[in-house]
Design a binder for this molecule. Structure first.
Ligand code: HEC
Ligand code: HEC
Length: 289
C-alpha cells in the first residue's frame, strides 16, 4: 500500500515540476530607463491601473481596481519597496507582465496584461529598468484569492503557460507592422475594443462591444468601448489618419466630443512619439473596410 502511495507521490512531483524559468539579465544604462519611462507613461500605460491615480505622473504604488472574469482585482505596488518589487529580478517582472505568473508561479489576473505576451524583449526590459530606478513607496496592496471552484468553472479555458523565447523589436520604418505591434502588444487597444467573447460570439476584430467598468470610491461606472476598425458604419471608416492622431493626443473626436481618459487612456497615449501615434493611425486605416 505504502509503495503504491509513494509511487503516486513521485509521479505527482514529476508532473508538477516545470522547467526552470527563462532568465534575463538586468539592462543597465540611462537610455533603457528613459525608453522604459516613455513606454510606461505612454503607450504601455502601466499607471492606468498601477498608478495611485490613473494618470501618467502618478506614483506606481498600486491599489486601484480593475475587473476580469473573476471580478474585482487590485493592481499591486510596482515600486522597489518591500511591499512592492524590491525582491523581484528582471526575469520575475518579465514573466509577470508576459505570462501573468507571479514569483511563486501563482496565477495573476490574465485579462489585465492581455496582449503583453508579445511585447518585445527590448521594450519590456526597458520598462523593467525604469521600474527598478523608481524611488520606493510603501503601500501593501491586499491580494485577491480565487477559489478552487471558480478557477475550474469560470476559469476553465484560461491557460497560463510561460511565454518563452526572444521577441525582437520591429523596425519602425515598417509603418503598418510597427502600428500593428503597438496596437496589439503595447497599447493593447483590443483589451477594451474587442469583445471578450468565447467561441459562440460573433467577434469582429476591434469591433467594440466590451463594457469597461471602473471604480470611483464606493461607486462603479461603466462604458462600452466602440468599434475602432475601419468599418464605415460604426468604426473609424470616416475618420482621417490625422483625426486618429489628434484623438490619441487630446481625446477629442471629429464631432467634438472629449472621451473620459479613465476609460480610454489617451492621457497616457498623448506622451508617445508622434511617429508611433501615426503608425497606429496608419495601421487602423489599413484594416479592411
Ligand atoms: C488593466 C490594468 C493593468 C495594466 C494596464 C497593467 N497591469 Fe500589471 N497588474 C494588474 C493586475 C490586476 C495584476 C495582478 C493582480 C493579481 O492577480 O493579484 C498585475 C500584476 C503585475 C505584476 C506582478 C506584481 C505582483 O506583486 O504580483 C507586475 C510586475 C506588473 N503587473 C507590471 C505591470 C507593468 C510593467 C505594466 C505596464 C507595462 C502593467 N503591469 C500594466 C493590472 C494592470
Ligand atoms: C482601458 C480600455 C481602453 C483601451 C486600452 C483603449 N480604449 Fe479607446 N475607448 C475606450 C472606451 C470605453 C471608449 C468610449 C469612451 C466614451 O465614449 O466616452 C473609447 C473610445 C475610443 C475612441 C473614440 C471612438 C468614438 O467613435 O467615439 C477611439 C478612436 C479610441 N477609443 C481609440 C483607441 C485606440 C487607438 C486605443 C489603443 C491605442 C484605445 N482606444 C485603447 C476604452 C479603451
Amino acid at each position: 500500500m505504502w509503495k503504491i502511495y509513494h509511487l503516486f507521490l513521485a509521479l505527482l512531483l514529476v508532473s508538477c515540476s516545470s522547467e526552470p524559468r527563462e532568465r534575463f539579465g538586468d539592462p543597465k544604462g540611462e537610455q533603457y530607463v528613459a525608453r522604459g519611462r516613455a513606454l510606461a507613461n505612454g503607450l504601455a500605460a502601466c499607471g492606468h491601473c498601477h498608478g495611485r491615480r490613473p494618470e501618467p505622473t502618478s506614483v506606481l504604488e498600486g491599489g486601484r481596481s480593475s475587473y476580469d472574469r473573476y471580478g474585482e482585482v487590485l493592481a499591486p505596488n510596482l515600486t522597489p519597496d518591500s511591499s512592492g518589487l524590491s525582491a523581484w529580478d528582471s526575469s520575475d517582472i518579465m514573466t509577470a507582465v508576459r505570462s501573468s505568473l507571479g514569483r511563486e508561479g501563482e496565477r495573476l489576473s490574465k485579462e489585465a496584461h492581455a496582449g503583453f505576451e508579445w511585447i518585445s524583449d527590448e521594450d519590456l526590459l526597458s520598462i523593467v529598468a525604469y521600474l527598478k530606478a523608481l524611488p520606493p513607496h510603501k503601500n501593501k496592496v491586499p491580494r485577491r484569492s480565487v477559489s478552487f471552484w471558480a478557477r475550474n468553472t469560470t476559469g476553465f479555458s484560461e491557460s497560463h503557460d510561460e511565454i518563452r523565447g526572444f521577441v525582437p523589436t520591429i523596425d519602425p520604418s515598417f509603418e503598418v507592422e510597427h502600428g500593428q505591434y503597438l496596437v496589439e502588444h503595447v497599447a493593447r487597444c483590443g483589451r477594451c475594443h474587442n469583445q471578450r467573447g468565447g467561441m459562440l460570439s460573433s467577434e469582429e476584430y476591434l469591433g467594440g462591444g466590451e463594457t469597461i467598468k471602473i471604480r470611483e470610491g464606493e461607486q462603479t461606472r461603466d462604458q462600452e468601448a466602440p468599434a475602432i476598425n475601419a468599418s464605415a458604419a460604426d468604426g473609424l471608416g470616416d475618420w482621417s489618419q490625422n483625426d486618429i492622431v489628434r484623438y490619441l493626443k487630446t481625446g477629442e473626436t471629429p464631432d467634438g466630443r472629449v472621451t473620459d481618459p479613465k476609460f480610454c487612456p489617451w492621457n497616457f497615449y498623448r506622451n508617445a512619439d508622434e511617429r508611433d501615434l501615426k503608425a497606429i493611425a496608419v495601421y487602423l486605416k489599413s484594416l479592411p473596410q
